[in-house]
Design a protein around this ligand. Structure first.
Ligand code: UTP
Length: 290
């Protein structure tokens, strides 16, 4: 079967962000900035770099600022132009999305990631689609989603980005049951969400980057509750195995869990050190905390 091009991405942003309260009481977690741009912007830029052209944000209460961020801000742009602030003006302009290329869908009740993805069913239609969880911030070259898109063009079917974690932490993630480990690519015979440490089939875990086939929606629509009483994406994906190719990709690069306070702080340092305009000053002040 021909491999359909990957042009669509779903970005779920409807979670409550309880680990980051009180910061996330009135502010969407995805609008928290790392250095000078919000998490959602890194995710959209990463998707664009992988050739994605259409975006669906799964939003919930208090998330309108996310949509505003990608809108045209005429008054701000005019003021910047009048003041000759051309560089930042260009950057703001590069943010805007092609008219009609971004839609939002409301997940009224956060019933889990699987339910959030199911909410995008009309957007997905019959096409393959990417998922990016913006709170997993990736520092990768090439960008993580571009690595996944390339793997998808090789294998077809479903491909998820994976990483190894210490055994005692597997109970926080979706975990792979490995059919064949080929190094960069791993073929998958099963998936389990948040297994007890002693029952986990491996220590290869799924991170917040996926390429999935639209058939996953049919499985999610059964609304079966899994770990934590939520509709789990992992359970829906597991049902695809056997009828479609399913691979894990050991991506190259680093992930920062920005839904977690320590991960978020580490991301600030890592991304600032990666910026030529900031690195010298950051290196200097870090000496004071060694
Ligand atoms: P998390 O597990 O990080 O949950 O969701 P959360 O609510 O955002 O944060 P905590 O754990 O309470 O601090 C992973 C991703 O799935 C989305 C989140 O927005 C995040 O991108 N999500 C989760 C939804 O969109 N809907 C849900 O019902 C659950």
């Amino acid at each position: 079967m021909p491999i359909k091009p990957l042009k669509k991405a779903v970005l779920p942003v409807a979670g409550l962000g309880t680990r980051f309260l009180p910061a996330t009481k009135a502010l969407a977690k995805e609008m928290l900035p790392v250095v000078d741009r919000p998490l959602i912007q890194y995710a959209i830029d990463e998707a664009r770099a992988a050739g994605i052209e259409q975006f669906c944000l799964i939003t919930g209460r208090g998330k309108t600022a996310i949509v505003e961020h990608f809108d045209v801000a005429y008054e701000l742009e005019r003021t910047l132009a009048e003041r000759g602030k051309d560089e930042i003006l260009q950057e703001l302009r590069s943010l805007s999305i092609e008219p009609g290329a971004m839609m939002t869908v409301r997940q009224q009740v956060p019933m889990g990631l699987g339910h959030a993805i199911w909410c995008a069913r009309a957007f997905i239609g019959d096409d393959p689609f990417a998922i990016l969880l913006p709170d997993d911030l990736m520092q990768c070259d090439p960008p993580c989603m571009a690595q996944l898109a390339e793997a998808y063009r090789e294998t077809g079917g479903n491909v998820v980005a994976i990483e190894e974690v210490p055994r005692e932490r597997v109970n926080r993630y979706g975990v792979l049951d490995v059919a064949e480990d080929k190094g960069r690519l791993v073929s998958v015979k099963g998936l389990v969400e948040k297994p007890p440490v002693d029952k986990a089939p491996s220590n290869l875990t799924i991170i917040g980057r996926y390429v999935l086939m639209p058939e996953v929606i049919g499985h999610l629509s059964k609304m079966e509750r899994g770990a934590g009483g939520e509709v789990q994406l992992t359970d829906g994906m597991a049902k695809l195995i056997g009828s479609q190719p399913f691979h894990g990709l050991r991506y190259t690069g680093r992930r920062f869990d920005c839904g977690d306070k320590a991960g978020f702080l580490e991301a600030q340092i890592a991304f600032a050190l990666g910026r030529p305009d900031m690195a010298p000053a950051v290196r200097e002040f870090l000496k004071r905390y060694a």
